[in-house]
Design a protein around this ligand. Sequence first.
Ligand SMILES: NC(=O)c1ccc[n+]([C@@H]2O[C@H](COP(=O)([O-])OP(=O)(O)OC[C@H]3O[C@@H](n4cnc5c(N)ncnc54)[C@H](O)[C@@H]3O)[C@@H](O)[C@H]2O)c1
Length: 329
Amino acid sequence: MKILIAGGAGYIGAVLVPKLLDRGYEVDVLDLFWFGNHLPPETGIIKKDIFEINAQDLEPYQQVVFLAGLSNDPMAEYSPSENFIFNAAAPAYLAYIAKKAHVKRYVYACSCSVYGYTDNELFDEERPVSSSYPYGISKLQGEQAVMNLQGEDFSVISLRKGTVSGYSPRMRLDLIVNTMFKNGVRNREITVNNPSIWRPILSIEDATNGYVRAIEASDRISGIFNIASGNYTVGEVGDLVKMAIEEQLGFRVHLTINHKQDFRNYKVSIQKAENVLSFHPNHDVKSIVRNLIEHMDKFQDWDNPQYYNIETLKLLAAGGLRAVAEVSR
Ligand SMILES: NC(=O)c1ccc[n+]([C@@H]2O[C@H](COP(=O)([O-])OP(=O)(O)OC[C@H]3O[C@@H](n4cnc5c(N)ncnc54)[C@H](O)[C@@H]3O)[C@@H](O)[C@H]2O)c1
């Protein structure tokens, strides 16, 4: 089977692509390479913007996975207009041409941030969504557009992911557990901005296994699925990262607790993904920290702007985001 992954050179793609190659799939990555190329040499590389691709280009593929766009709130707020193009129009256009090209399945990278600020109840996929910020609104618009295209010969699966964390060859240090880990190791201090808010946390291994489950699901399956390794309050995540660093690296870490307002608060049920996709997470915060420690020699240049999406975006913005980035490895 031949799979195209748009945005496959990013944080999630750099772990997913080797897994798919290991399983014998042929994988091409279509990407602007904002964060360089950290993919295995066997990967097919297409250095283009999604909007430069047409239906004919997609004819060789059985599946298309969308992992592109502006992938967090700070990026979306830096340029709300680009955000709506990259996060709402691009996935809709790619799904539209994929269907025209008779691709069998489209997998869309959605986010649990579509749930916005909830009342501490467990949300399943039937619950109303209510984000009022550019990132969450655009991820929902992308989802609505691609889900509307599903049909008998075109399966569409949307994975609403919790905040992903853990090591990837294309590393990010702007994701909750990774940020706390960096601060704990580098400054021996972890700051928790609001201990009471809830976040579904998703280890990068569970996240990429979720994509494998979606890609390998029966052709008849379409739908929206929450995926997470577990629901935690941010205060608990701080405690768990502190304990894991102290246990595994042997030094003390100080915890600073603030009580700042946040506009996202949600916990999600993953029962549908367990029942329909056979998605069963195997990781927790402690094992995410273990995974970070195993690889920490590879990202100790802590201030590298490539580890912080908003920093890279600011550097790229002057040259235009739609051009292929000239970033070395
Ligand atoms: N990382 C998370 O915690 C998380 C959680 C929920 C949802 N998501 C979603 O999952 C997807 C992947 O996240 P990530 O952390 O791997 O992102 P990332 O920022 O690491 O990578 C995104 C990649 O997409 C490419 N790209 C962006 N727009 C493009 C375009 N128009 N054409 C071609 N390439 C383009 C970039 O060059 C980059 O390599 C995103 O859609 C994000 O919104 C991520």
